[in-house]
Design a protein. Structure first.
Length: 323
């Protein structure tokens, strides 16, 4: 289970989301990324105007054909680019609590810091930590109302990922990008912590079996952001932090230097960094610091000219540690 704050672009769309207990994401790589990230049985709140609105459980998700003609949101055309976006990727929700709270509350500090350091939203969703979710679960009032169900008369499809850009056909097939790989790595580590995370901890000389970790999405820092942030799920007096950078192609030594910079910024509680990449140089292997772990990813059995569902790629993802 994970908890996300989902950004909404305007008041009208927010009211439609709340009226029908429905979230929608555009026919863009960010829209697909959000749709793939958020799973059934996860929880979300809507984020608009620096306020957090309601708490929902995801009960169903689907991608719809011809979504430009489907209610409730009209297509949006951006003046600068002239591009028109519509909402094929949708989450069906069950409202659990009625909430209308400002982001300035200390309980939202984890997400608020990400927003502040990014200079605003500029992102479709923000993953909150477990402490934030526990706090939100006590806010507002329990919702007993029945939400109006919007009947959508449209056929559905399963989006696919391709590795040759010429095979891309949005919204059905998207070119494989770093956002997708980041999401896959986070889920692989989260779903198989004993198998996948424990060897990384051992390589970093972290032998604290009593700690339960949570593996979170992007974490903003003053000098940039890390792709995956690992920390104690239930911090007590002190925190163990690990940062992860993910690269689709071959990494360079400057990526290690970037990790070291982020680790210094986070301070002594950051116990190590992990660089996950398709390949790396011999120099990186032999000159890396002890507090950096190199991991090579592969997609077993995946062909460059094929098209694959997200789940197929996740099942094929293999992570190999080079210590």
């Amino acid at each position: 289970m994970a908890y996300y704050l989902v950004s909404v672009s305007n008041r009208t769309n927010l009211e439609l989301c709340k009226k029908y207990a429905l979230a929608g994401f555009t026919n863009s790589i960010n829209g697909l990324w959000t749709f793939l990230e958020i799973e059934k049985d996860d929880y979300i709140s809507f984020l608009y105007g620096a306020r957090v609105h309601n708490l929902y459980k995801v009960v169903e998700k689907a991608a719809f054909e011809n979504a430009e003609n489907l209610p409730p949101w009209p297509p949006v055309t951006f003046r600068m680019s002239g591009r028109t976006y519509y909402f094929p990727f949708r989450l069906f929700l069950k409202q659990e609590r009625k909430i209308d709270e400002p982001m300035v509350r200390p309980e939202f500090a984890y997400v608020a810091e990400n927003l502040l350091l990014r200079g605003g939203y500029r992102k479709t969703h923000f993953q909150a930590d477990t402490v934030t979710f526990y706090s939100v679960s006590t806010m507002g009032q329990r919702c007993e109302d029945t939400t109006e169900r919007l009947e959508i008369d449209g056929s559905t499809f399963i989006p696919e990922i391709v590795f040759d850009r010429k095979n891309q056909s949005i919204p059905h097939r998207f070119h494989f990008q770093e956002l997708i790989l980041q999401s896959m790595v986070r889920k692989k580590l989260s779903q198989n912590q004993n198998e996948k995370l424990k060897p990384i901890l051992e390589a970093l000389n972290i032998h604290e079996d009593s700690i339960e970790f949570e593996i979170l999405g992007e974490k903003a820092l003053p000098e940039g952001h890390v792709d995956i942030f690992i920390k104690n799920k239930h911090p007590s007096a002190k925190t163990t932090k690990i940062i992860v950078e993910v690269k689709v192609g071959k990494a360079q030594y400057k990526n290690i230097e970037q990790l070291l910079s982020y680790m210094k910024e986070l301070g002594e509680e950051c116990r190590g960094g992990v660089l996950i990449t398709k390949d790396f140089s011999n120099r990186m292997l032999y000159e890396k610091p002890e507090n950096i772990v190199l991991v090579k990813y592969s997609l077993d059995g995946i062909e460059r000219d094929g098209s694959y569902t997200y789940q197929q790629l996740l099942d094929a993802l293999n992570l190999e540690i080079f210590s």
